[in-house]
Design a protein. Structure first.
Length: 190
């Protein structure tokens, strides 16, 4: 057998493996970005619900101005474009905490708790929080697969040569992520 044919076949085989690996990286990177867009849609939905929730609470609890302003300020910060998913996670943690404060204020106003519009907004917010959590899990699973591939040999060589960089996880601080936003209309359980 001709040694040039063997060497040419080996080079062709290696080139094919590089192309396949590169294309897989591209697919995984695109999947990470697509899954982030799904999370972003739900975050925007939550941002759109918050002003309606604040206005409804404001009608019943006008003297709770500091709480209402804290929620709006946290929403505005979270809604701003962040440079990383890590910063976005920190901003979302602050927003979740301020929403919990707002809903705690609502517990002190029986008329507000009975308001149908408020109950509907709370229900939509709880549904949105669930969707955000599911989207975050899906996004983080895709990031884990992509980042693992960047770290594993021999794909790490391809990632380094072509400049594929690790993606950031979207994490919410543990104390804010321990449970969903409480939207119970019955008050604390006895």
């Amino acid at each position: 057998m001709n040694p040039f044919l063997v060497a040419g076949g080996a080079i062709l085989f290696v080139a094919l493996l590089i192309v396949i690996s590169y294309n897989r990286f591209v697919r995984q990177r695109n999947l990470v970005e697509e899954s982030w867009r799904q999370v972003d849609v739900e975050l925007r939905r939550r941002y759109d619900l918050i002003p309606n929730l604040v206005e409804t609470v404001k009608a019943y609890a006008a003297h709770e101005r500091a709480t209402l302003e804290a929620v709006i300020a946290a929403r505005n910060v979270a809604q701003a474009q962040n440079s990383s998913r890590t910063e976005q996670g920190q901003d979302e943690t602050a927003l979740t905490r301020s929403l919990r404060g707002l809903l705690a204020v609502a517990e002190a106003y029986p008329d507000l708790k009975a308001d149908q519009h408020f109950r509907q907004l709370q229900s939509q917010l709880a549904e949105t929080e669930d969707r955000i959590a599911a989207g975050r899990r899906f996004y983080n699973a895709n990031v884990r697969g992509y980042n693992t591939r960047i770290d594993a040999f021999p794909s790490s060589v391809i990632a380094g040569v072509f400049g594929f960089e690790k993606a950031d996880y979207f994490e919410v601080e543990e104390s804010a992520a321990r449970g969903p936003v409480d939207v119970s209309m019955d008050g604390p359980a006895a």
